[in-house]
Design a protein around this ligand. Structure first.
Ligand code: HEM
Length: 157
C-alpha cells in the first residue's frame, strides 16, 4: 500500500494513540495487581474468570478490586490486539513488536488464571509479576516505534 506524506502522518498518529492507550492500560493493571497483592486479597476471588459470588461490581463490594484488575487486564489485552492488527495492516515498522506484545499479554492472562487456580503458588505469582513487567516493556517499545528513527548525533552533521 502506498501512502502519501499526509496519510503517513495520520497513520503514525493513530498508531501512536492506540499504542499509548495500550501502554497506559498495562501500567494500570500492574498498579492494581500490586494493590490486590499488598492488601492480601489475591485469594479472596478463588474462581476464574468470575469470582465465586458472580458479578458483585458494587463500589467497594467483596471482590471489587479483583474485578478491577481482571477487567482492566481484559480491556488492555483487547487494546493490544487492536494495536497489533492496525500495525500489521498499516504500520509495518512496529508489527513485530506489537505482535510479541500480543503474545505476552495473552500469556500473562493465562498465568493470571494459574495464579488464581494454584491459590497463589509463589513461583507462579513471581512469573506473573515478571511477565507483567515484560509486557509493559514491550508495550513501551511498541509505543516508541511510533516515533521516527533519529539517525546520527546532531553535532556529527
Ligand atoms: C495484562 C494482564 C495482567 C498484568 C500486567 C498483571 C500484573 C500483575 C501484577 C504486577 C501483580 C502484582 C504482583 C505482586 O506485586 O505480587 C498482579 C497480581 C495479581 N494478578 Fe495480575 N496481571 C494481569 C492479569 C491478571 C489476570 C487476568 C488475573 C486473573 C484472572 C490476575 C490475577 C492476579 C492475582 C490474583 C494477583 C494477586 C497475587 C497476590 O496476591 O500475590 N492477573 N498482577
Amino acid at each position: 500500500m502506498n501512502f502519501t506524506g499526509r496519510q503517513k502522518v495520520e497513520v503514525q498518529g493513530v498508531f501512536r494513540l492506540l499504542s499509548f492507550v495500550s501502554l497506559g492500560l498495562i501500567f494500570a493493571v500492574i498498579i492494581v495487581g500490586a494493590f490486590v497483592s499488598a492488601r492480601g486479597q489475591g485469594l479472596s476471588c478463588s474462581d476464574w474468570p468470575l469470582c465465586p459470588t458472580g458479578f458483585s461490581l458494587s463500589l467497594g463490594g467483596e471482590h471489587f478490586i479483583e474485578y478491577v484488575h481482571r477487567i482492566i487486564a481484559l480491556i488492555g489485552a483487547i487494546s493490544v490486539y487492536v494495536t497489533t492488527i492496525y500495525a500489521i495492516k498499516r504500520f509495518v515498522k512496529a508489527r513485530t513488536a506489537a505482535t510479541i506484545t500480543s503474545i505476552a499479554v495473552s500469556f500473562q492472562i493465562a498465568i493470571g488464571m494459574l495464579v488464581v487456580l494454584s491459590e497463589l503458588q509463589p513461583l507462579i505469582v513471581a512469573v506473573h509479576t515478571g511477565v507483567g513487567v515484560l509486557t509493559l516493556a514491550l508495550a513501551l517499545l511498541t509505543f516508541i516505534l511510533s516515533y521516527p528513527v533519529i539517525t546520527g548525533h546532531p553535532d556529527s552533521n
